[in-house]
Design a protein around this ligand. Structure first.
Ligand SMILES: C[S@@+](CC[C@H](N)C(=O)[O-])C[C@H]1O[C@@H](n2cnc3c(N)ncnc32)[C@H](O)[C@@H]1O
Length: 223
């Protein structure tokens, strides 16, 4: 699986712009603010990729040295564009290279469906957050409605690879989009995700869904 991210890392942000229709940075920033991120907080961004969430976090905190990004893909981290001061570490959601109780906020943008064992990851999130720390997870949710599901599948597996192959001549794109769609289809449903977050010890667990496919999960570690 990591090969896919390594091979397509150089194109990731272009692909993301096509998929999110340009709303990506704004949406990530909005979500961080909605989860309670304010200047001066320390942030761990898991599945940092090329830094789309970490860049917004660095701006909001006002100090890039407060932000640490973690990702298992060397390719993604190599292509990351983050402000100087943001630390980038090799690691995964299941094994975060950070001490216990060290972050005010843990964010994860669109990596949840790539995690094989959610309970292990959520326990790890709980471990690294300070008491009162916040969780902000973004993920694409498979639409319940069959028409919207078919539309999204066509968009991701048909239209985007076609446009990308014409515009960018990218050979890895169909493989990446197939993988994206397969992981969206196989992703745990929102109720199971929220139950697993609660089971890890978090409180105030809630989901916001936007445009029937974009889910934001917020929660807090008790004081
Ligand atoms: C779709 S990209 C998202 C990147 C970025 N967070 C964003 O918002 O655009 C998914 C990222 O999750 C990473 N990833 C895959 N498996 C992971 C895991 N088990 N733990 C943490 N990150 C993982 C991939 O390497 C990739 O960089």
């Amino acid at each position: 699986m990591l090969d896919i991210f390594n091979d397509t890392a150089a194109d990731y942000e272009r692909i993301e712009r096509m998929m999110a229709l340009g709303s990506g940075s704004w949406y990530r920033r909005r979500s961080l603010l909605d989860s309670g991120l304010v200047p001066g907080m320390t942030v761990l961004d898991i599945g940092v990729g090329t830094g789309l969430v970490a860049r917004e976090a660095a701006q909001i905190t006002g100090d890039p040295t407060l932000v640490t990004g973690v990702d298992p893909s060397v390719g993604m981290v190599t292509h990351a564009k983050v402000p100087s001061g943001v630390r980038l570490l090799a690691g995964s959601a299941e094994s975060i290279p950070a001490p216990d109780h060290s972050a005010d906020l843990l964010s994860m943008g669109y990596a949840l469906r790539h995690i094989s064992d959610l309970p292990i990851a959520f326990r790890e999130f709980y471990r690294v957050l300070k008491p009162g720390g916040r969780l902000c997870l973004l993920e694409i949710t498979r639409p319940e409605n069959v028409f919207y599901r078919a539309l999204l599948k066509f968009y991701m597996r048909g239209l985007i690879p076609l446009v990308a192959s014409v515009v960018g001549r990218r050979r890895g794109m169909p493989k990446l989009m197939r993988y994206y769609w397969d992981t969206i289809e196989a992703c745990a449903p929102p109720a199971a995700i929220m139950a697993a977050i609660s089971a890890a010890g978090f409180i105030e667990v809630r989901q916001h869904i936007d445009m029937t496919i974009f889910s934001r999960y917020f929660a807090r570690k008790p004081l």
